[in-house]
Ligand binder design. Structure first.
Ligand SMILES: [Zn+2]
Ligand SMILES: [Zn+2]
Length: 168
């Protein structure tokens, strides 16, 4: 879990520190399926004491282990995502200074894991395709058409056209 030490930063207004680390995250749960990380998550962040709050800003790099939607092969999907969150300590911020989207924390450490997970989730593509020209699986025998060309005669008709053909 990426825990950021902010005890010292909280004491000095306007101060900015850089933070770099590699750390693991637990698998993401996406629509009931687990997406694992191929390796540790890379965090390149800066932490700023912005009077009422700690602003954390930077990039996170992840390599996700995903399955191609066409050929079902596993592959590594690299993602670089912009991370920006504002964390406020209730003892530290001025009354009325809080904004609704600020994330509360207490003590001298901030666990950014929930927001990192959220950032990755919002940056996920609709579909994972292992490569632009992935040919997928044969709809008849299930062969991986990237590796072998089966002898099946596949109906290449658009399913909507196929329906029309049935009607005629
Ligand atoms: Zn594929
Ligand atoms: Zn086939």
């Amino acid at each position: 879990m990426p825990l950021l030490e902010v005890g010292k930063l909280k004491m000095s207004r306007g101060e900015r520190v850089d933070f770099y680390c590699l750390e693991k995250l637990p698998p993401l749960s996406v629509e009931g399926e687990d997406i694992k990380f191929a390796q540790e998550v890379e965090y390149r962040l800066s932490l700023t004491n912005a009077d009422d709050a700690i602003v954390i800003d930077g990039m996170i790099n992840v390599d996700l282990l995903v399955q191609c939607n066409r050929c079902l092969d596993s592959f590594v999907y690299p993602m670089e995502a912009h991370f920006q969150e504002t964390y406020c300590d209730s003892n530290f911020s001025q009354p009325g200074g809080k904004q609704p989207d600020w994330v509360p924390f207490s003590g001298d450490q901030i666990d950014i894991a929930p927001e990192v997970t959220q950032t990755i989730l919002v940056n996920l593509p609709m579909r994972f395709i292992c490569r632009a020209d992935c040919r997928g699986l044969c709809s008849v025998c299930g062969a991986d058409l990237n590796n072998n060309q089966c002898q099946c005669t596949r109906d290449e008709l658009d399913p909507r056209l196929a329906k029309l053909k049935d009607l005629l």
